[in-house]
Design a binder for this molecule. Sequence first.
Ligand SMILES: [Zn+2]
Length: 477
Amino acid sequence: MQLTHKILLNPTPAQAEYFQKAAGTARFVWNWALAKWNELYSLGKKPNAMALKKSFNAIKYEEFPWLSEMHRDSHAQPFSHLAKAWNRFFAEIRSKKPANEPRFKKKNRSRDSFYVANDKFTLNEKMIKLPKIGWVMMTEVLRFDGKILGATVSRTADKWFLAIQVDVPTDQANQSRTANQVIGVDFGIKAAATLSTGESIAAASPLKSALRRLKIRSRTISRKINAAKQAAGFDKNKNLPKGAQIPQSNNRKKSTLKLARLHARIGNLRADFTHKLTTRLCRENQAIVIEDLHVAGMLQNEKLARAFNCLDIARGMNPRARSTGNSSPLTIPHYYCARGKPRGINFNDVGFGTIRRQLEYKTLRYGNNLIIADRWYPSSKLCSVCHWKNDALLLQERTWYCPRCTTTHDRDVNAARNLKRLATETALPVANQLATNDTAIGGVPIVVGKVTPVRYECGQQDTSGQEENRVHICAHF
Ligand SMILES: [Zn+2]
């Protein structure tokens, strides 16, 4: 199993300067390759990353002599990264998913990072020997034992990290559970997670407490940017014309760094929360049922959309660029200053996508069943006691009363119980069948994927699918 350990580095100022240069080189080469790629493509040719790399190698030291100061991994790897990016793009198009083509990386807007191949570095306890700069101090010893596949050096705010990819033998990667419960988890806007046991887990809301600070720091910078714009003769209320530059004062650099550190801190708090939650779920349960959260669908709902968009803005991410995942810690998003009025909005500081991704890989290590309910499964609307369906349930109703069995439901707990029922009634027998002939860790099979229990039992299938299925599922319970 491939695992990554990300370790904070303690470079000397000279080493940090080299990191910055190497990351800049990687970005430069990526942009060079992408420009050539687009050029060839517009000429009707079929570009190829390896051929591009060859032609780059032929001219690089002549045209870009400064490259000889850098280790070759930083200017060789972007080609295969680009190839990967294009492959992913075409795969997304083929599977009719929303696709984003590779884009140019802008200084201060894209993540600073570069790759080091596994034969180019040596580890010795809390030290790593990197090409060109020698031994760099690490703050931790590499946690995993196995074949080292490669490493990436990257920057968050003013800190440098080393992520080492290791191929860990399966028996070492496996973790043992402390209990074997079955649990349904409802992720929500109000409570971060509600468990079918009735427990409600509040979001660690680092954002809420850091929000005031975030506003102050953003305002400070926006003021400095406006002043610089005016000094350079631009209208401070308008975006800079393309290609225009305004000088960056030292004070602006300092406050930019301060804001970046705050963003990084918020990110750390959020990661701490999601990791603890997902690890706990995996450690205590043999089966976990979650919903297939349809974020695009949620965005159609005005209230939820607001929570989501503001969340992006507060994270310092451009809501329009969310699909690219480009967060830019060292730059000041102008739109934050202009549009970020988070007061009065119910923030929930949870990344659903992150939680799901963490569950997906942790269930492999703990050997759980991860059951993802179909997104049309009406978990909130069904009565978890008598299976009556409350079609009239509105989003803002936090509790509701079932007239058939006279139970009063808490909306989230009821949803979590319905999800749990999905596992105990339908999914587990299916999963157990798989276990007889497939890999089973500790006697529990791994099922990662969608469980749509009723869909295939109800003959009538509408070609457009979804609505029809929804009716069938409800009719069944
Ligand atoms: Zn009922």
